[in-house]
Ligand binder design. Sequence first.
Ligand SMILES: NC(=O)c1ccc[n+]([C@@H]2O[C@H](COP(=O)([O-])OP(=O)(O)OC[C@H]3O[C@@H](n4cnc5c(N)ncnc54)[C@H](O)[C@@H]3O)[C@@H](O)[C@H]2O)c1
Length: 331
Amino acid sequence: MAAQASRLSIFISRSLPPEAVARARSRADVDFNDVDAPLPRAELLRRLHGRQGLVCVITDAIDEELLAACPELKVAANVAVGFNNIDVAAATRRGVVITNTPDVLTETTADFAWSLLMAAARRVVEADRYVRDGRFTQWENMLLHGGDIHGKTLGIVGFGRIGRAMARRAQGFGMRVLYQDAVAADAATERELRAARADLATLLRESDFVTIHTPLLPETRHLINAEALQRMKKTAYLVNAARGPVVDEAALVQALAEGWIAGAGLDVFEDEPTVHPGLVGLSNVVLAPHIGSASADTRLRMANLAVDNCLAVLEGKAPLTPVNPEVLTRK
Ligand SMILES: NC(=O)c1ccc[n+]([C@@H]2O[C@H](COP(=O)([O-])OP(=O)(O)OC[C@H]3O[C@@H](n4cnc5c(N)ncnc54)[C@H](O)[C@@H]3O)[C@@H](O)[C@H]2O)c1
């Protein structure tokens, strides 16, 4: 479909809930990829060319090359809170507004990270397989012992929106909460969430569960490396529902295989959708295909927020959740 000069024009790079596409269509000329798979790069550039707005997802690299190829672009609205797929500095230099979808996915993602934590500790996936394999022929006292969750210590690395939502859940399980963050939470938040700040080494040493909720940044890449994993308790579990490269996956494979830690729950991978072959053969890790925010309600809220952000910029209004608001004030 060709963009009409008189109308706002948007490209949506990936299949979204139909309500969100209709929302965009009600106010703009829209072309969209209706397949839930990434477009070949050349097709993305061709179909985006000449359009002012892009609604994109984490598998789209919004980089210097794309920005140079699409000089009419005014806004790229990521359907995610994380934006490590976007060269924000390059976009800012070119005056392109970047937006993300914070808040609307916080509780859903924490629900899923908590599910991974529980599934890993109580061996839910192994138990399911055991029953399906026809091995449940008698009750056994010593069968599938896991780790307790209630009353244990939860270590939260990255105490932002999702990290704090994990701390709220921990209260219901009577857990002690430690957190590590580049920024200290205020005293009222620490009191309300009964959370104490610790340095990473202390958190790793004292926690029964370590859950990662930092963005992927140069300084968080491989934050959980072999040294960090060796600091953890042998009985501890690692949960990563943030971004894969925050954990050194090869080191994690070794840690799980050699019993440095008891288990892990992973929603994200270092080179996804490729999963380290060493993980696939291990029974003490629960694996999920990056579905932390994937509830029907939340995926719709995320898509609607991205569409609203995109339309707002094109209509000359302030977007709800800009990543580089300095572009707006410069205009
Ligand atoms: N699995 C999924 O589907 C899924 C869904 C949503 C979000 N995420 C990921 O979760 C991340 C967190 O989301 P959020 O909404 O809580 O973000 P947020 O910005 O509210 O929280 C991130 C926290 O990490 C802290 N941080 C930054 N650098 C750090 C460092 N070097 N060491 C320790 N802490 C550091 C920040 O100060 C902040 O408190 C996102 O960036 C995204 O990558 C994944």
